[in-house]
Design a protein around this ligand. Structure first.
Ligand code: NAD
Ligand code: UDP
Length: 313
């Protein structure tokens, strides 16, 4: 099969490309490097089954030749990134999604949308099942991302219902691992890079807010299964292990052996207080659940960031 992946130079998009290539498929990647890095694809430079097109997918595009799938991963994902690029984020969630769906429709290809746990906002239901409709501030400081993804989900379902496109939606919960940008501002990359550089770990608020962290190989395995499976309705994917940011900071300090201190900063507006996926659907429908505990995933991610930080990136 030949698949198109938007956001292929990003953290998740590049791992997804690797996964399809490892299973013998052909991949054509699209990215405009808004938040991605060419280094994430450097290892594919000589791979004949991989093509890359530098393109802003919020602008229309066409793909020549047969296509079995379109996986739409293009979008800033880190809060500082999407807050720095609010209009780009809204455009890629709206226009980028319909452009990618148009490609799938024209080719008769399956489409998969990378959605997010942010569609649940600051959730009043805990853990979050797919049936929860969310609690989102439509004009708040995270709204450009949350509403873009909610709109992207609605667009995907409209193409499915009215144009017959075969669609999938994955709601991804916080995922971490090698190829995150060291300064993308997300908590895992921040804490690890700060610990490795002997700088204080920046804990926002009192650090009692929770997140559930999934290691990248687990997530990619789940997305691959979802893509090949039959379920059209949104499916949560993440690791249900739930940690406070203070617990995460302590674990990063332990695993890096760092003497860094903690420095509390103000809590960003609308920062969700708690988040944990209910993955009953993925377990039952796909037989999927994460395997890598946080401690092991962090060890592997720390090794990656050690090299990156030594390289001076
Ligand atoms: P990332 O920032 O590393 O990757 C996003 C990629 O999209 C980047 O390479 C960027 O350059 C590219 N991009 C952005 N706008 C584009 C445009 N208009 N045209 C072409 N390329 C564009 O982020 P990530 O963590 O890899 O996230 C990938 C996808 O997964 C995003 O859609 C994100 O919303 C979703 N997601 C990720 C997480 C997570 O924890 N990593 C959680 C929920 C959802
Ligand atoms: N956070 C933190 N220190 C940082 C970066 C983030 O304490 O240096 C907190 C942030 O306020 C949030 C949690 O960590 O409560 C997860 O933040 P991240 O940006 O990784 O993801 P998201 O908020 O999108 O879940």
């Amino acid at each position: 099969m030949r698949v198109a992946i938007t956001g292929a130079a990003g953290f998740l998009g590049s791992h997804l490309a690797d996964r399809f290539l490892a299973d013998g498929h052909e991949v054509i990647g699209y990215d405009n490097f808004l938040t991605g890095q060419p280094e994430n694809l450097a290892h594919l430079a000589r791979e004949r089954r991989f093509d890359f097109v530098e393109h802003d997918v919020s602008e229309p595009f066409t793909v020549t030749g047969a296509l079995g799938g379109v996986l739409h991963f293009a979008s800033p994902a880190s809060p500082p990134d999407y807050q720095r690029f609010p209009l780009e984020t809204l455009r890629v969630g709206s226009l980028g999604t319909s452009n990618s769906l148009d490609i799938a429709r024209a080719a008769g290809a399956r489409f998969l949308l990378a959605s997010t746990s942010e569609v649940y906002g600051d959730p009043a239901v805990h853990p979050q099942p797919e049936t929860y409709w969310g609690y989102v501030n439509s004009v708040g400081e995270r709204s450009m991302y949350d509403e873009a993804k909610r709109f992207a989900e609605a667009t995907t379902m409209a193409y499915h219902r009215s144009c017959g496109v075969d669609t999938r939606i994955v709601r991804i919960f916080n995922t971490y691992g090698p190829r995150m940008r060291p300064h993308d501002g997300r908590v895992v990359s921040n804490f690890i890079v700060q610990a490795l550089q002997g700088q204080p770990l920046t804990v926002y608020g009192n650090g009692q807010q929770t997140r559930s962290f999934c290691y990248v190989t687990d997530l990619i395995d789940g997305i691959y299964r979802l893509f090949l499976g039959r379920r059209v309705e949104p499916t949560n994917m993440g690791n249900p292990g739930e940690f406070t940011m203070l617990e995460l900071a302590a674990l990063v300090l332990e695993l890096t052996g760092s003497n860094s201190t903690l420095e509390h900063r103000s809590l960003p507006a609308d920062d969700p207080r708690q988040r944990k996926p209910d993955i009953t659907t993925a377990r039952t429908v796909l037989g999927w659940e994460p395997k890598v505990p946080l401690r092991d995933g962090l060890r592997r991610t720390i090794e990656y960031f050690r090299t990156v930080v030594t390289d001076g990136r």
